[in-house]
Design a protein around this ligand. Structure first.
Ligand SMILES: NC(=O)c1ccc[n+]([C@@H]2O[C@H](COP(=O)([O-])OP(=O)(O)OC[C@H]3O[C@@H](n4cnc5c(N)ncnc54)[C@H](O)[C@@H]3O)[C@@H](O)[C@H]2O)c1
Ligand SMILES: [Zn+2]
Length: 381
């Protein structure tokens, strides 16, 4: 079997968690385990999913994992169809969704057809959006293959596509019927993508589980050697933080906002640089340090913890400074706030493991944090 079967792993234990939502029909299991994808057909059967499986992937992930995943399904009697969309965020679009709808018509699908996302967050969001809207909703399963996908985007039911006017503007809350997280597939993930996943993993640590930071500090080499046990341990910790939050607030009315730690700064950096300089996780690491700097002033967040996080991000190769004009970045934040008719909201750490949502922070304080984040000025003030 190509790709998966031959990748190194020591364990065959699959752990099951359930995201328990008020509406019981919306609750769903998450399977986590090395080579768990090879049992996909059994999981579907256990959850009485019956239809043909349409696997949505891209050529990069498809070439690596489509064959073993299809085989795992076919062994259990599931028919499979493979849809490939081009690789890249620019294809998380209405145009690609339109192409997929057309493919679904041609493939002769029905309401039992299962749409399965095999890929990173781009594929997950896009395929989820198509599943949510096709025939007013067909069963959807998430098979995340990036660290971002495994600790963040596959859990919580946010699906959607981008518009030229902005990211994630069209979408829905649509829960998957199940999620299968196989750490072994991260073996082929490029290091830059792994680092982006680590950025969101560290975010989870600051929000809800300080042990995540200790694990990364101690196991950095194991992570970059893609040691499956180390990755699995990390994924389990980060995914529990996300599960806990989305269970309490599935529709982002309140607590779920804390998942945006570092993201107000990050979105400004991404917009100001036309999404070309930073990958999202890189903008998030800078943004989290920005949030720490703000929190030092607003919440007496201790400088030594900002230092610890700066060091940690640096150790895993993530950026912690920017070289943009602080005034421009503040203007971008203001324009974004206007566009969404909202308020400028920051998530700030109170301590490692606890964050709060704050509005109404004075512009001069934000500007000051943006200035201090600039390459050579960080420690002058
Ligand atoms: N829905 C949510 O709650 C949520 C949360 C966070 C992010 N997102 C979205 O997720 C997207 C980013 O996701 P991402 O960071 O996973 O990026 P991605 O999906 O673009 O994947 C990154 C790259 O890695 C490749 N890849 C994926 N798995 C691989 C593997 N196992 N081996 C080798 N290469 C592999 C992909 O082909 C791609 O080139 C953004 O669109 C973002 O908006 C959504
Ligand atoms: Zn993010």
């Amino acid at each position: 079997m190509q790709g998966l079967q031959n990748l190194p792993s020591n364990k065959w234990v699959v752990e099951t968690f359930t995201v328990r939502l008020k509406d019981k029909d919306q609750s769903y299991p998450i399977y986590v385990g090395q080579k768990s994808l090879l049992s996909l057909g059994k999981f579907l059967r256990k959850h009485t999913l019956k239809g043909r499986v349409v696997l949505v992937t891209n050529p990069t992930v498809g070439a690596l994992y489509a064959r073993p995943v299809r085989k795992a399904l076919e062994q259990e009697g599931y028919g499979t169809t493979l849809f490939e969309v081009p690789d890249g965020e620019e294809y998380k679009s209405l145009e690609t969704a339109r192409d997929l709808f057309k493919d679904l018509v041609e493939a002769g699908t029905d309401r039992e057809t299962i749409i399965a996302a095999l890929g990173g967050g781009v594929i997950g969001d896009l395929a989820g959006f198509v599943a949510a809207t096709w025939l007013r909703g067909v069963p959807f399963i998430q098979l995340p293959t990036t660290l971002v996908g495994q600790v963040d985007s596959s859990i919580g039911g946010k699906v959607g596509v981008d518009l030229p006017e902005g990211k994630n503007l069209v979408g829905a809350f649509y829960q998957p019927r199940l999620v299968v997280i196989d750490p072994v597939v991260l073996f082929t993930l490029p290091d830059r993508e792994l680092r982006c996943g680590l950025s969101e993993t560290i975010k989870a640590g600051i929000i809800g589980d300080p042990s995540i930071l200790t694990v990364i500090e101690k196991q950095r080499d194991g992570i970059f050697r893609k040691h499956a046990d180390v990755l699995e341990d990390l994924i389990l910790r980060a995914l529990k933080v996300k599960m806990d939050i989305v269970t309490r607030d599935p529709y982002e009315q309140k607590q779920r906002k804390i998942l945006n730690l570092g993201h107000t700064f990050a979105h400004a950096l991404e917009t100001a640089t036309g999404y070309e300089t930073y990958h999202h996780g890189e903008a998030v690491s800078i943004g989290i340090i920005g949030a720490c700097l703000l929190a030092e002033g607003e919440l007496k967040f201790p400088r030594k913890w900002t230092d610890r996080l700066r060091y940690l991000f640096g150790e895993v190769g993530l950026p912690i400074t920017h070289s943009q004009d602080p005034g421009d970045l503040l203007a971008v934040m203001g324009a974004d706030k206007k566009k969404k008719r909202g308020k400028l909201v920051f998530v700030l750490p109170q301590k490692i493991g606890r964050v709060v949502v704050q509005e109404g922070i004075a512009n001069n304080r934000i500007l000051n944090a943006l200035e201090r984040l600039q390459e050579d000025r960080l420690w002058q003030k």
